[in-house]
Design a protein. Sequence first.
Length: 119
Amino acid sequence: MTKRVLMLAILLTAFAVAHDEHAGKPVTIVGTVVDTGCYVSHDSKGEAHAKCAAACARNGVPLAILDDHGTLYMPIAVEHKDQNAKLIPFIEKRVKVAGTEFQKGGLKGIAIKTVEAAQ
């Protein structure tokens, strides 16, 4: 019985560790936080759009980072938590974001480790 419990504990630990490992490359990007609904559907962005973007974010529209090259990075919730919460203070402002970049199916994403105002 003790061997079975030990084996089960080892298997569960291995599963948890495997689930927490994420393939991707470390990156730092600089860009502007935009709401994806308005930006993608009708190119709305900028300081004049900040109140609308904040309302969209509060209603669950995902925020993203638009870099200086026009690439849109979706925050990836590898820790299964709301990514908008990290970006809401920076809506329609420039940010410097460090994290892990992921690409799949044409989507570019970043698992955010740190976010701060950019110069």
